[in-house]
Design a protein around this ligand. Structure first.
Ligand code: PGA
Length: 238
């Protein structure tokens, strides 16, 4: 795992944006795996800015998101579809975008379709990941075993608690989600992991031990040959 330690979050976002400039220069029709949550927001802002300045072009790139709540209306303010539209897709032109459908009446069939769509696209060239305070990647929560392909997952109490901040009173928070599986994540040709803030220092330490803690899903990334970690000093424990 290549590690880039940045002074602060803004520097992290610029360093991560540089990776996209390079990726799309090398392969304009890249298949990009994208993430949601607070961590990528500054990166998406930076990409929108650079796109406006003509420094990066996504018009031939294909986006596949990691996960989505289920069930949730696509236009729900807290759906990841809404998040991606607001932060990136309404501002930057992609050749195509794909997010697991939180409205699907048959979630297993939606996962099968998602797997098929991703395979038909040729798999992920560059996958962006954040990490949960419990070590989850995508919505792969700590478990005894991990599905390889997309699946319907029951969210952990930790995740429900950390994400409850986004749901206002009266908005029902989904307790299940659709997520890419660990096999799909590890099949990405390159992975960009962003970790920011003192609240992530403890889980980052687990990752840095270099052991395969099977109750910390992010540790599976230690098995991948091409991961770049962009982390700020606070999360790095400096
Ligand atoms: P965060 O979430 O970026 O909001 O901290 C990361 C994650 O849960 O994967």
């Amino acid at each position: 795992m290549k590690k880039i330690v940045c002074d602060n979050y803004d520097e992290m976002c610029r360093a991560a944006a540089d990776q996209y400039v390079e990726q799309l220069k090398q392969k304009p029709n890249s298949v990009l795996g994208l993430a949601t949550g607070s961590t990528p927001i500054g990166l998406y802002d930076e990409l929108v800015k650079r796109n406006g300045e003509g420094k990066i072009d996504f018009s031939r790139a294909h986006a596949f998101n990691l996960d989505e709540y289920h069930p949730i209306k696509q236009n729900h303010p807290q759906s990841y579809k809404t998040f991606m539209d607001e932060h990136l897709f309404n501002k930057v032109k992609f050749a195509s975008t794909r997010i697991p459908n939180g409205e699907a009446t048959d979630p297993e069939a939606e996962c099968d379709k998602y797997n098929a769509d991703l395979e038909a696209a040729g798999g992920l060239d560059l996958l962006l990941l954040g990490i949960g305070t419990n070590g989850h990647i995508g919505f792969n929560e700590p478990a005894v075993s991990y599905p390889l392909d997309s699946y319907l997952v029951k969210l952990s109490a930790d995740t429900l608690e950390s994400n409850s901040r986004f749901f206002t009173d009266g908005e029902e928070q989904p307790t299940t989600a659709l997520t890419m599986g660990i096999g799909q994540i590890l099949a990405a040709r390159k992975i960009l992991l962003m970790i920011s803030g003192a609240g992530k220092a403890e889980i980052s330490k687990k990752l840095f031990e270099g052991k395969l803690h099977t109750d910390v899903p992010a540790c599976f990334l230690l098995l991948h040959p091409n991961v770049t970690l962009i982390i700020d000093k606070a999360a790095n424990g400096d």
